[in-house]
Ligand binder design. Structure first.
Ligand code: EPU
Length: 289
């Protein structure tokens, strides 16, 4: 295990301050010890959906990037036990290559497995809840537990596990011709490349799609209709490709992104009478999520 002081927190936005303490445990015992010893722990996934304030964060940040094993569950063909630190895009490619269907709908979503389960990552083609069979967690009281899928309150971009530490998830995949799985993965990726600013620095969709007249409406469409593409605060800009993406330019600070988020919320409320809630997780010193 390594524990660093004043460590950089790698995020896809590429802005924001560091962690007073950043630990990278390699074993379940090391993780257990960290949870026993620190009252305030923030779990870092792939940093793909995270905005850290410029002032950085207090307490302990834990990255599970060294806990990244994938194990076939005995007597349950197609079920894999995936540690939280496993990189989702790599798992998608590997399982598709081996002829297992189920994860290809999540193509192009950057995440660790722990992060993806915590926020039920997904999009128009599916969500991770579709394949989760069980999760292994430390609950709010830091008790080790295994939850079956019917005990997990999955919803749109929610798992109910936000206060827990996810150590591993078991996913149930279906054997299929690898060529067919790869073909579907290609289609998902092509849709993304056409409709999202994949080459820019961003954290994906910033806001959750709100419920309008009983149905989810694209926050991107609402922001676009409000005329906000290209709106800029310092180095942060509403993407011209997909309006629910904020892209960051060199010199951008977290404060630029935070001010732009508030400005978008204000203007969307003015134009559409709808309040947008952030999907991006925001970490602030002394508070935040
Ligand atoms: N649209 C616009 N302008 C825009 C963006 C979208 O008019 O700037 C229109 C599109 O033309 C389309 C509709 O809105 O007709 C829906 O757009 P899209 O297919 O991109 O879906 P979305 O609801 O905006 C959701 C997820 C994405 C996911 C895509 C595709 C949320 C908040 N977003 O976006 O997830 O990639 O579906 O599966 O649920 C993410 O969560 O980070 C994310 C990017």
């Amino acid at each position: 295990m390594t524990i660093e002081r004043n460590a950089e927190i790698p995020t896809w936005f590429g802005v924001g301050g560091g962690a007073d303490l950043l630990a990278r445990p390699s074993t379940a015992e090391e993780l257990r010890r960290l949870l026993d010893e620190h009252a305030r722990v923030r779990m870092l996934g792939d940093g793909a959906n995270l905005l850290v304030g410029d002032e950085g964060v207090d307490g302990l940040v834990v990255s599970l990037e060294r806990m990244a094993r994938v194990i076939e569950v005995p007597d349950e063909p197609g079920v894999l036990c995936v540690e939280a630190g496993v990189n989702l895009p790599r798992l998608i490619v590997e399982t598709a290559r081996q002829g297992f269907a189920g994860l290809e709908t999540l193509g192009g979503i950057p995440a660790s497995i722990g992060g993806a389960v915590r926020m039920n990552a997904g999009g128009a083609f599916g969500q991770i809840a579709d394949v989760v069979e069980r999760v292994h967690i430390y609950d709010e009281s830091r008790r080790e537990r295994t939850l079956t899928r019917d005990e997990i309150a999955f919803d749109y971009r929610r798992s109910g596990l936000e206060q827990c530490v996810i150590a591993a998830a078991e996913v149930r995949l279906t054997p299929e011709d690898p060529a067919k799985v790869r073909e579907r993965l290609k289609e998902v990726m092509e849709y993304k490349k056409k409709s999202q600013p994949m080459a820019d620095k961003s954290a994906g969709c910033v806001f959750k799609n709100p419920v309008v007249d009983g149905e989810r409406e694209s926050a991107g469409r609402l922001i676009d209709k409000a005329g906000l593409k290209g709106l800029r605060v310092g180095g942060a800009e509403v993407s011209h490709v997909h309006a629910n993406f904020i892209v960051t330019h060199p010199g951008c600070g977290a404060a630029d992104v935070l001010i732009l988020i508030e400005e978008i919320q204000r203007r969307v409320t003015d134009v559409h009478g709808i309040e947008l809630e952030t999907e991006v997780v925001i970490w602030r010193r002394g508070g935040g999520q």
